[in-house]
Structures are given as structure tokens and as C-alpha cells.
Design a protein around this ligand. Structure first.
Ligand code: NAP
Length: 315
């Protein structure tokens, strides 16, 4: 199962409505034709009336796509550890439901989060179900999400006993969320176990693009509140990003995404428009140099405010 160096996350959050579907399809087409062929989704993406919408759309987009790279499209979905999912067979059924929405088998199935922080007794069955999916040939690969090194090692051991490899682990990783790597040491553990690290929210929900500012516009809702709190404390980081972007003739988004690639992860930025997707694709095909990476690392380490961690992230 191939994974590129860049992928597209399709969360359908932050202002999504169905009138955006055509532009999302154009984003999808642009990605695949530019060799961005890994698509991350989840069975919980598109809530309420739009339940499962992200998977439905990705299934439709991949079937309708007729350009080059079609054979390399890889759909990675995440199965939620809902409180009512209690048995291993519930995971198998959930994956079959995702496959139905996608119109084909899931390529990479991921456990969306660990229940270790609040219902540790629930997790064993769900993980067994994930491994069952691999054994039954219903998926090509298995991954995890929001796991820290201790839990990851335990699951890896458990899966190894059944001959089931873990292909990927995704965590919130960006210049504003270095915690999983710098504090938990997750990258070393992934390398040791041969697991590819996926960086979700690599633009820190959009704040690292530089388009939001203290005196300018802020996004609506909870993101706006969060950004208002973060912006004063991250001025030096944004200034550093901007300076490096200018000297490379790149945008701040491209630098933020390229930094994730330079750290050995696969970033999955969300893009809502063709312009954003084109911009993000420009993060490929070049590399920040060592001193630029060190400068960004220093700026990231010295910010007094960081992105809030996902409550499900385990140690
Ligand atoms: N495993 C998990 O628990 C988990 C959790 C979160 C996310 N994820 C995955 O990671 C993916 C991406 O994360 P995310 O959407 O949370 O955060 P992100 O990629 O850091 O930020 C995406 C947002 O930034 C803005 N943006 C993106 N590219 C831009 C550009 N070039 N210029 C200007 N603005 C740009 C867009 O929002 P605006 O235009 O509204 O500013 C976009 O929705 C998700 O789709 C999902 O697949 C996984």
C-alpha cells in the first residue's frame, strides 16, 4: 500500500455545507493529478444529517475521477470508538458500512482514538476487530490515531502476535503542536517499529497560514475564539514563518507543511478551495535547509501558547 509525502484531509468541519461539493471535487481531482493520492477521512466526519458524508463524497470523487494516478488513490478512514461500539464485530460492521459509502473496500482502516483515557475496558475488543478486518482481507492496512508511545507499543505487540502490521499512526503535529514528537517521543518509536507518522492539522487549523491576525479577520465560532487567544503569543513564530517563506519565495502554508515533511511525517492538510489546494501542493518538490528548520524549531519551542491537544491523545 503506497503512501505519498502529502495527503488531503477531508473533515467537512469548519463551515462545510453541500454547496461546497463541486469545489471539493475539484480539489480532489487537482490532488490526484498532482500525485497527492492519500485521502484521510472518518466515519464520524459529516455529523447529524450529513453523517458519513465525507466518505460518500470521497467514494464518489474517486469513482468519477478519470485522470492520471487513479490507480494510486488510497482512502484511509478512521472508525470512531463510539461508546456503543463494544464488540469486535461492531468494528467489522462499521468498516463494511464505510466501504458501502465509499463504493469500494477501505484501503487503510484506522482506530480514530484510544479509549484508554476514559474507558480502558472498551478498547481490547475494538482493536481485535481492527485486526480481524486485516485478517479477513477487508482492508489493505491498519493504522492508529491519537496514540502515544506506551499504548502504541502495547498495541503493536498485540497485533504482532496475530501477524498484523501497523502501517500508520496519526497525531496532531505542527509547528504549534510539537508535543507528540518533542515531549512524547512518538517519532522515534514509530521509526523503531516501522510505522509511518501522519501529521494531522499541520496548519494548526489554519492559523499558520498567516491569513488570520489579531486586528484582522478571524474565523467564525470556536476556532475564532481559540485563534484570538493564540495569536498574541505566537507573533514570533508567525514572523519567523513569514521571513523564511519570503526568502524561499514560498507561502507560509507551504513552509509549515514542508517543515512537517522535513520532520519525516506525512502531513494531511485540509483544503476547502482550489486556491488552498494549489497553495498546499506547492509545499512539495523542495526542502527547507537545516538552519531554517532549526530556526523554526526554536521559534516553535519559544511560543508561550500552543495548540490545545486532542483530549483523546494518550501517552
Ligand atoms: N485523527 C484525528 O483525530 C484528526 C483530528 C483533526 C484532523 N484530522 C485530519 O487532519 C485533516 C486536516 O486537519 P484540519 O482540517 O483540522 O487542520 P489543518 O489542515 O491544519 O487546517 C485546515 C484549514 O486551514 C485553512 N487552509 C488550508 N490550507 C490553506 C491555505 N493554503 N491557505 C489558507 N488557508 C488554508 C482552511 O480553513 P479556512 O479556509 O476556514 O481557514 C482549512 O480548513 C482533517 O481533514 C482530518 O482528515 C484528524
Amino acid at each position: 500500500m503506497g503512501c505519498g509525502t502529502w495527503a488531503w484531509g477531508n473533515r467537512l468541519l469548519w463551515g462545510y455545507d453541500e454547496s461546497m461539493d463541486n469545489q471539493l471535487q475539484a480539489v480532489f481531482n487537482l490532488c490526484v493529478s498532482n500525485v497527492v493520492t492519500l485521502f484521510d477521512t472518518g466515519d464520524s466526519y459529516g455529523t447529524g444529517r450529513l453523517n458519513g458524508r465525507s466518505e460518500l463524497l470521497l467514494g464518489r470523487f474517486s469513482q468519477e475521477y478519470q485522470g492520471s494516478g487513479k490507480e494510486n488513490i488510497c482512502i484511509a478512514t478512521k472508525l470512531a470508538a463510539y461508546p456503543w461500539r463494544l464488540t469486535r464485530s461492531s468494528m467489522v460492521s462499521a468498516c463494511k458500512a464505510s466501504a458501502q459509502r465509499l463504493g469500494k473496500n477501505v484501503d487503510l482502516v484506522q482506530m480514530h482514538w484510544s479509549t484508554a483515557n476514559y474507558a480502558p475496558w472498551q478498547e481490547g475488543q475494538l482493536l481485535d476487530g481492527l485486526a480481524d478486518l486485516y485478517e479477513q482481507g477487508l482492508v489493505k492496512g491498519v493504522g492508529l490515531s491519537n496514540y502515544g508511545p506506551k499504548r502504541l507499543k502495547r498495541v503493536q505487540q498485540k497485533f504482532a502476535e496475530r501477524g498484523v502490521p501497523i502501517t500508520t499512526l496519526q497525531v496532531q503535529y505542527s509547528l504549534l503542536s510539537t508535543y507528540p514528537v518533542t515531549q512524547l517521543g512518538i517519532k522515534e518509536v514509530c521509526d523503531e517499529l516501522g510505522i509511518r507518522l501522519i501529521a494531522y492539522s499541520p496548519l494548526a487549523l489554519g492559523i499558520l497560514t498567516g491569513k488570520y491576525s489579531e486586528k484582522g479577520s478571524l474565523p467564525k465560532g470556536i476556532r475564532g475564539l481559540l485563534f484570538r487567544q493564540l495569536l498574541p503569543g505566537i507573533r514570533p513564530l508567525l514572523a519567523c514563518l513569514q521571513e523564511i517563506a519570503q526568502s524561499n519565495n514560498k507561502t507560509m502554508s507551504q513552509v509549515a507543511i514542508n517543515w512537517c515533511i522535513c520532520k519525516g511525517s506525512i502531513p494531511i492538510p485540509g483544503a476547502k478551495t482550489i486556491e488552498q489546494a494549489k497553495d498546499n501542493i506547492g509545499a512539495l518538490g523542495w526542502q527547507l535547509n537545516g538552519s531554517e528548520i532549526a530556526e523554526l524549531d526554536r521559534a516553535a519551542a519559544s511560543t508561550d501558547k500552543k495548540m490545545v491537544q486532542n483530549i483523546f491523545q494518550t501517552k
